[in-house]
Design a protein around this ligand. Structure first.
Ligand SMILES: NC(=O)c1ccc[n+]([C@@H]2O[C@H](COP(=O)([O-])OP(=O)(O)OC[C@H]3O[C@@H](n4cnc5c(N)ncnc54)[C@H](O)[C@@H]3O)[C@@H](O)[C@H]2O)c1
Length: 333
């Protein structure tokens, strides 16, 4: 049986998800697409063969033909739309972050807990990226001893005009928060944000160095440089007791010519993480059929917002900030 999918938000990510669901995912078809900009929703619906474009995002959730909802509207809308999906009893894949703050994220966790059923998956697609998955498996094999530190690099060509220093942490660094918890199987216990000398081409503190300590005493450092100009570049290197594990940028071809070796870099995250988005979306659809949740949960999303709240506090105070939250038993194991 094919699951009817509704998409809220038809911008860069919503359109990309619509193309993936329509063309690369088995067991699903597009039913409805909504966006604050109706013309954009109609354009993506026409391109991807979705049955309808609708003006009211809540109508997507109520639509009887929609069995699952994908939310790709701005961060500030995630909590309310996700809660509406929970109340309608529909599985939802919500783009990261769960919410801009932990207080808002907690509302989603509470709603899911009171419904008594896991319905929320967060769009932390790096958990489905072959490079990170292999890194986690190699670490778990024990062949290289324990992980001691994790170097991460997160560079974008340019940041959107509406970004500020806090948004860099809440919206971008949140990826490294989730993936380091996933790869290391450890919780982040503290965070310290350092400002580097600011690039003349940046309109906020850029680059920054964000340093986490895990509950196991490991260090995770993230170079966050969102106006790096040259392209999109994500790297990770795990430092273990008897070796290191890293993945390269996503490269298909290498050119050697005129005394230079060259490989291309993606202009943004979509080509770099194309496999991750595809595997994530397929795994989400499969998990609805099997009833076995996969990927990041609402609880993972809440923890990520708690960590980024602490990061924003460190940015303001210049101090190391401890990360603390009350555990919620029940659905999340
Ligand atoms: N997983 C990833 O790698 C990744 C990458 C980029 C963005 N994102 C996330 O995806 C989400 C969308 O980002 P984007 O880059 O596509 O942004 P975007 O600005 O390109 O698209 C957002 C769309 O939402 C629409 N919109 C605004 N308010 C709305 C509302 N109340 N209801 C419905 N639609 C509304 C806008 O008109 C726009 O078309 C963000 O939450 C962002 O953090 C995730």
């Amino acid at each position: 049986m094919s699951i009817g999918v509704g998409i809220i938000g038809a911008g860069v990510m919503g359109a990309d998800h619509a193309r993936i669901i329509a063309g690369q995912v088995a067991g699903a078809h597009l039913v409805a697409i909504s966006d604050a900009d109706g013309a954009r929703a109609r354009g993506v619906a026409a391109e991807t063969g979705a049955k309808r474009a609708v003006d009211d995002p809540l109508a997507v959730i109520r639509d009887p033909e929609v069995g699952a909802v994908l939310i790709a509207s701005p961060d500030t809308t995630h909590a309310d739309y996700t809660i509406a999906c929970i109340e309608a009893g529909k599985p939802v894949l919500c783009e990261k972050p769960l919410a801009p703050t932990a207080a808002e994220g907690l509302r989603v966790v509470e709603a899911e807990l009171s419904g008594g059923k896991r319905l929320v998956q967060l769009g932390f697609m790096r958990r489905f990226d072959p490079g990170y998955m292999e890194m986690k498996e190699l670490l778990a094999s024990g062949r290289y001893g324990e992980a001691l530190a994790f170097h991460c690099i997160h560079r974008n060509a340019t940041a959107p005009a509406h970004f500020d220093s806090a948004a860099a942490i809440v919206n971008s660094c949140v990826h490294e928060v989730d993936i380091s918890r996933f790869v290391l199987a450890a919780e982040l216990a503290s965070v310290h944000v350092f400002r580097a000398k600011r690039s003349k081409l940046a309109h906020f503190d850029d680059p920054m160095l964000v340093v986490f300590e895990t509950g196991k005493g490991q260090l995770v450092d993230v170079e966050l440089f969102l106006n790096a100009q040259y392209g999109y570049d994500v790297k990770g290197e795990l430092i273990c007791e008897t070796g290191t594990i890293s993945f390269g940028p996503t490269l298909n071809t290498e050119i050697r010519s005129a005394g230079v070796t060259a490989t291309s870099l993606a202009p943004d995250w979509r080509p770099r993480f194309a496999a991750a988005y595809r595997i994530q979306n397929q795994s989400w659809i499969d998990s609805i059929s099997t009833g076995r949740p996969v990927g990041s949960s609402a609880w993972d999303g809440f923890i990520a917002t708690t960590v980024t709240d602490a990061g924003v506090k460190s940015l303001k105070t210049g101090e190391t900030v401890a990360i603390a939250y009350e555990k919620r038993p029940g659905l999340y194991g």
